[in-house]
Design a protein around this ligand. Structure first.
Ligand SMILES: *[C@@H]1O[C@H](CO)[C@@H](O)[C@H](O)[C@H]1NC(C)=O
Ligand SMILES: *[C@@H]1O[C@H](CO)[C@@H](O)[C@H](O)[C@H]1NC(C)=O
Ligand SMILES: *[C@@H]1O[C@H](CO)[C@@H](O)[C@H](O)[C@H]1NC(C)=O
Length: 107
């Protein structure tokens, strides 16, 4: 496929719009009626941490984790499913409070 200058401008507009959307969509709370899909992230209210799905280098496994939002090199500080990675990007995270616990389910 040949990429023209016009396509490039469009690409930039698209990336720009996507980054705005990402900022405005950033949530810091997940309620029991919401799910977080692979590709979506949550950002702590002070902007320090981001939670979402990631794959370590050289791996296709998907993990749910938390990393520093402000450090350019992704530095994961917590992994939810270290022992039970997902093998594709169909995962979702949900929270429930049906017991005395708040359960985070990754499926
Ligand atoms: C993703 O993996 C899950 C669990 O192995 C499986 O049930 C599901 O069908 C897979 N989805 C796709 C799109 O491959
Ligand atoms: C679970 O959350 C719902 C909605 O916030 C609330 O109405 C309900 O009382 C909670 N249940 C428990 C067991 O905490
Ligand atoms: C949530 O986790 C607790 C502790 O492991 C468990 O007892 C409870 O059954 C779980 N609740 C649900 C709805 O899975």
């Amino acid at each position: 496929m040949k990429i023209s200058n016009k396509d490039f401008s469009l690409l930039f507009v698209l990336i720009f719009v996507m980054s705005i959307k990402k900022i405005s969509n950033a949530i810091d709370t997940l309620s029991t009626t919401q799910i977080l899909r692979d590709g979506e992230t949550m950002v702590s209210s002070d902007g320090s941490f981001e939670l979402g799905f990631f794959s370590p280098e050289n791996s296709n496994n998907r993990y749910v984790g938390m990393w520093y939002k402000k450090i350019p090199v992704t530095t994961v500080v917590w992994v939810a499913n270290r022992e039970v990675p997902l093998t594709n990007k169909s995962g979702v995270v949900e929270i429930d409070n049906q017991s005395n616990y708040y359960n985070l389910t990754i499926m």
